[in-house]
Design a protein around this ligand. Structure first.
Ligand SMILES: [Zn+2]
Ligand SMILES: [Zn+2]
Length: 402
């Protein structure tokens, strides 16, 4: 069997891995790489694309599933297999697809055509995110997907005691990141200190994944949380949420302290109204700003699904909160030159990482707790090297036999 890296190893984004056997071809993920002038796709030839029997998607994020429509355009005719949530959130129509949960329960062996079987578990990264263990042509190979064991929001079926010839493992935080546990501790202390100081905080987060971890921690620390309606909907209305969300997260989502953003007494709603009036030329922007400063609710938090603060109204809200003595709190990667990274550089924002991936140290832990003959780290652009002989750092367009 061969693993060909179509993207995602030694880079951040464009995750896509082609496994080729004598009578089977599987693609795991088909993601986009976000670049300053657009985005780029996996390194796959038309011939490779047409030969794929199955496309497995570990989760819905664009760096794993964003290039699926492009794959169809290039002649893909295979079957797509993913969790219900992942399939429901695809950016376009998926022709032949199978739902993982309907094929078999987590941990159960699912038999497919071409002598392929697969077992899946929840990877703790976001709604519907999974790891996959395959068996074909006498080989076993594992893809962790984006993986985190200690999420505040999502359940994880820990990868343990698995024997595999090859394991492709999330190492997005590389050698410099702190481990998930430590990050959580630091973040919880920050939230509690800010709450005690009665400061108002602004959290730009992704719409799934990390966003929900943040909401749970804020609510458990006694904050009044004003979250974008989209995030609340994601929490309360997702079908099968009990299968993916931790109990504490479900409790938090039903808490009286979680409010739709439009109910925020002044801040956000006021900014929106101010904007309308301002644009109509009948209002006074500065006057409204004073108003909003007075009415800021101390000790509360605003959570919006806009990680880079790219939307103008979110930027305005962030500026208002900052002017009123509050903080902007970043919890993930900032795109260079984006509003979030500029605010961080200007000292207006704090950065506290909420882990939704693994560090190199956590990859080593998985190595110790399983029996992997070879390990390929993925998801980090850092130039890593490992003393362990069976950890093999690969690059896009490279192939390894196993
Ligand atoms: Zn992801
Ligand atoms: Zn990812």
């Amino acid at each position: 069997m061969k693993l060909y890296i179509a993207g995602g190893a030694s880079e951040h984004g464009r995750n896509s891995f082609l496994v080729e056997g004598k009578s089977i071809r599987i693609l795991v993920d088909c993601g986009l790489m976000r670049e300053p002038n657009g985005s780029s796709r996996p390194f796959l030839s038309d011939e490779q694309i047409k030969s794929i029997d199955y496309l497995f998607l570990t989760h819905c994020h664009a760096d794993h599933a964003g290039a699926v429509m492009w794959l169809y355009e290039r002649g893909f005719r295979g079957i797509v297999i993913a969790s219900r949530f992942t399939l429901d959130t695809m950016p376009g129509p998926v022709r032949d697809c199978l739902v993982l949960e309907e094929l078999g329960e987590r941990g159960a062996k699912i038999t497919l055509d071409h002598g392929l079987s697969v077992t899946w578990g929840r990877s703790g990264h976001c709604m519907g995110s999974v790891w996959l263990l395959f068996s074909a042509e006498g080989k076993k190979f594992l893809f962790s997907g984006d993986y985190v064991e200690k999420s505040a929001a999502y359940k994880c079926d820990k990868i343990r005691d698995i024997a595999a010839d090859l394991a492709v493992i999330d190492t997005a935080y590389g050698t410099k990141g702190e481990r998930c546990r430590e990050n959580l501790k630091i973040f919880k202390k920050y939230v509690s200190d800010e709450h005690t100081a009665r400061r108002i905080n602004f959290y730009p987060v992704p719409s799934h994944g990390r966003g929900l971890d943040v909401i749970r921690i804020l609510i458990e620390n006694g904050c009044e949380v004003y979250a974008d309606e989209y995030l609340i909907q994601e929490l309360r209305e997702t079908e099968g949420r009990k299968n993916w969300l931790r109990k504490g997260m479900i409790r938090a989502s039903e808490s009286d302290h979680l409010h739709p953003l439009m109910q925020f007494p002044i801040g956000y709603a006021c900014v929106l109204r101010a904007r309308q009036r301002w644009q109509q030329g009948s209002g006074n922007y500065l006057k409204v700003k004073e108003f909003s400063e007075k009415a800021v609710l101390p000790g509360s938090a605003i959570v919006v699904p806009d990680t880079q603060i790219a939307k103008e109204w979110n930027r305005d809200t962030a500026l208002h909160i900052h002017d009123a003595g509050g903080r902007i709190v970043l919890t993930g990667k900032q795109i260079p030159g984006g509003c979030a990274s500029r605010m961080l550089a200007a000292g207006m924002a704090d950065f506290l990482r909420i882990s939704v991936h693994q560090t190199a140290e956590e990859l080593r832990e998985l190595r110790r707790k399983n029996r992997f003959a070879r390990i390929v780290p993925f998801h980090s652009a850092e130039q890593m090297s490992f003393a362990e002989k069976n950890i093999i750092v690969m690059k896009p367009m490279e192939t390894i036999e196993f």
